[in-house]
Ligand binder design. Sequence first.
Ligand SMILES: Nc1ncnc2c1ncn2[C@@H]1O[C@H](COP(=O)(O)OP(=O)(O)O)[C@@H](O)[C@H]1O
Ligand SMILES: [Mg+2]
Length: 239
Amino acid sequence: MATHEALLSVDGLHVSYGTKEVLRGIDYSISEGEVVAVLGANGSGKSTSLNTISGFVAPSAGKIVFGGADITGHPTHKIFRHGVIQVSQARDLFPGLTVEHNLRLGATIRNRDQEEEYLERVFNYFPRLSERRGQLARTLSGGEQQMVALGRAVMAKPRLLLLDEPSGGLAPHFINEIGTIIHAMKDDGATMLMVEQNLSLAFKVADRFIILRDGVVSDGGFVKSLEGNHEEIVRTIYL
Ligand SMILES: Nc1ncnc2c1ncn2[C@@H]1O[C@H](COP(=O)(O)OP(=O)(O)O)[C@@H](O)[C@H]1O
Ligand SMILES: [Mg+2]
């Protein structure tokens, strides 16, 4: 068997905002191809964890290693060039540009020669976006904007995709589509770290979960081994 090396490892990560310490020594690692759900109550530091990996927030201590390279505290554009792509809660679309233009901006130096192929792939995943390719992003519904944000991440051909509550505020029929695209990206080889409050979506797409509590990883495991019994997890998160 090949040696089992983590694509991402986070070691003793501490993050503070001013005097308030939000992460107090977070440790975990993710293997290539895994989808890991980050669970935890509101304010437990889930978004902060993703923002620290992508470089938007600098840790006060600890280490982040991606693909064998120490990326701790590196600027966002450098981390992006490693293929670490984030879809954040605020969706950061360019409101005055069309759907197609927003999507094309996702293509990176890593796959510029496949831009047309990836654009077609996004339109296959989301036929709704194909119909609206010439429409300005600001005129889309919330769910459609979320599709553009996800589609833009597909365009970037991420090695590691950081998803912050992809189902946030969406109608149930959009949540199913998001589950479908996450599966498709996984099949395309993306590794994912996903914050998701909708546990049925999280457990449908994730291989493994970790729970943040009081600034540390308090629990975790393989979704399969839960055998559908998710209530215990809900208690661990919220009680
Ligand atoms: N930029 C910031 N400045 C100060 N406090 C922040 C900032 N971002 C988040 N926080 C605080 O840090 C804690 C963790 O936030 P966050 O990571 O967004 O949690 P979650 O995503 O789990 O809800 C919260 O108490 C939040 O108010
Ligand atoms: Mg959050």
